[in-house]
Design a protein around this ligand. Structure first.
Ligand SMILES: Cc1cc2nc3c(=O)[nH]c(=O)nc-3n(C[C@H](O)[C@H](O)[C@H](O)COP(=O)(O)OP(=O)(O)OC[C@H]3O[C@@H](n4cnc5c(N)ncnc54)[C@H](O)[C@@H]3O)c2cc1C
Length: 406
């Protein structure tokens, strides 16, 4: 087992770090103050500079205009970008576009790739992913109320979604809708359908207020109503009834991206904690860091972050070698482990900073509210734990059954 970082990874990390230091950290506070939408001109200028690093849309193969990084290479980059709330957006590798690009790359027709993938990769448009519904438990993804009915050469989509992140300003949504209600296979009832947001019948009802913030543009979560939105059958992504399989595929690498972003947040939070502990004086000659409890917060955070990173890189490696299906246990494991680590490290950093931790002078308070969702989206932690526990137990049952039979 070789734990050394390949030269290419070292270069990627160094290049992103240099960009973050010079171009990103200095504008963070201003963007937070002004809001995302009002900051778009500034962010567009920064995106042009990010493009010049050669790492723009880095996870996409070169044939589509990306930098062609492997999942493991991109995981390292994602950690560096995660150290600022703006990192992923500036390099055009932000959710949900990153996952939608992967879907289009693997399942899009040539026409869909031309019309939707290539402009996404170039950063000319944005997209959103529209699956969760207020009336149905999102934890049971095969239970949906949105219907896409065939009418001649079209689908007519009717339904109600929410938490369609980044819908404001998006050019299209990938909508999960039931196309085969009669299918006995519950997992074969829904399909993914591309719906341009200008389609009559696609209505962005409102940006939902989340943790006291309504958000704007990419940084928002929308309630969306589909009222007879009509799109051609050729807008279906992948096979009819294949929506669930595609959603699972999308989430595998997606969880690597999120987890490494969370590890980036942890590293920044720990750095802020340590700088403060070393310089904040409780009394003359007595820095905060002289207290054992603070030293323990630092040590525990270091251990948890290092362990989390190894787990995520291993899961990414396994997806690359054996595919997302073979790595499904590792994917569940990192989802709830890293989400927990993220919240523990952020909480310790805020506690160590005292009142300063509650201000917007550091990104800690922003992350503390925004990243609470990490334990809910991409599968609530409880669902991952239950599924993983059941799978592990299943192997014991199989052994017991085999012993009894033999
Ligand atoms: C910030 C944010 C962004 C999001 N972005 C998107 C997006 O872009 N597109 C999109 O389609 N969706 C998005 N979502 C929705 C997200 O995918 C769902 O919130 C998630 O799937 C959970 O579904 P739910 O909210 O309906 O919770 P429910 O399914 O109602 O579950 C509620 C709670 O019940 C518990 N629970 C559920 N099932 C089980 C079980 N089997 N065992 C034990 N406990 C269980 C869990 O604690 C869970 O949190 C986003 C959500 C958030 C918070």
């Amino acid at each position: 087992m070789d734990f050394s970082e390949p030269t290419k990874v070292k270069e990627i990390r160094a290049s992103v770090r240099a960009f973050m230091d010079k171009q990103v950290y200095p504008i963070e506070a201003k963007v937070r103050r002004d809001g995302f939408k009002a900051s778009l001109p500034l962010l567009r200028d920064k995106r042009e500079l990010a493009r010049q690093t050669g790492l723009y849309t880095a996870h996409v193969p070169e044939q589509y205009g990306g930098a062609g990084l492997s999942l493991v290479e991109f995981a390292h980059m994602s950690e560096e970008l995660g150290k600022s709330p703006l990192g992923h957006y500036l390099f055009n590798v932000q959710a949900p576009d990153v996952g939608n690009m992967e879907l289009l790359m693997h399942h899009g027709t040539d026409e869909q790739k031309q019309k939707y993938l290539l402009p996404l990769v170039r950063g000319e448009i944005r997209s959103c992913f529209s699956m969760t519904e207020p009336e149905f438990a999102g934890s049971n993804p095969v239970w949906l109320g949105t219907i896409a009915k065939k009418d001649g050469d079209d689908y007519v989509i009717t339904g109600h979604k929410w938490f369609t992140s980044s819908a404001e300003g998006a050019a299209f949504a990938i909508c999960m809708a039931v196309t085969n209600p009669e299918s006995e296979n519950l997992y074969g009832r829904a399909s993914m359908i591309i719906v341009p947001t200008g389609t009559p019948g696609f209505e962005l009802v409102t940006n939902i207020s989340v943790m006291g913030e309504r958000g704007s543009d990419w940084a928002s979560h929308a309630e969306v109503s589909y009222q007879g939105a009509r799109v051609p059958l050729s807008n279906r992504l992948g096979p009819e009834g294949g929506g669930f399989v595609l959603a699972q595929e999308r989430l595998g690498p997606g969880r690597i991206h999120h987890c490494m972003r969370w590890i980036g947040i942890c590293e920044r939070a720990l750095d802020i904690l340590c700088r403060h502990a070393a310089t904040r004086m409780l009394a003359p000659g007595k820095p905060l860091g002289s207290k054992q409890i603070v030293q323990q917060w630092i040590a525990e955070s270091r251990a948890e972050i290092n362990a989390a990173r190894l787990m995520v890189l291993h899961a990414a490696w396994k997806i690359e070698k054996e595919g997302a299906y073979a790595a499904r246990e590792e994917i569940s494991l990192i989802k709830f482990t890293v989400a927990r680590t993220l919240q523990r490290v952020l909480d310790r950093a805020i506690q160590a900073l005292g009142a300063l931790g509650m201000t917007d002078d550091t990104p800690l308070a922003f992350w503390y509210s925004h990243e609470r969702a990490a334990r809910i989206y991409d599968g609530a932690d409880e669902v991952h734990k239950t599924t993983l526990g059941r799978r592990i137990l299943g192997r014991y049952r199989a052994r017991t059954d085999a012993a009894r039979a033999g």
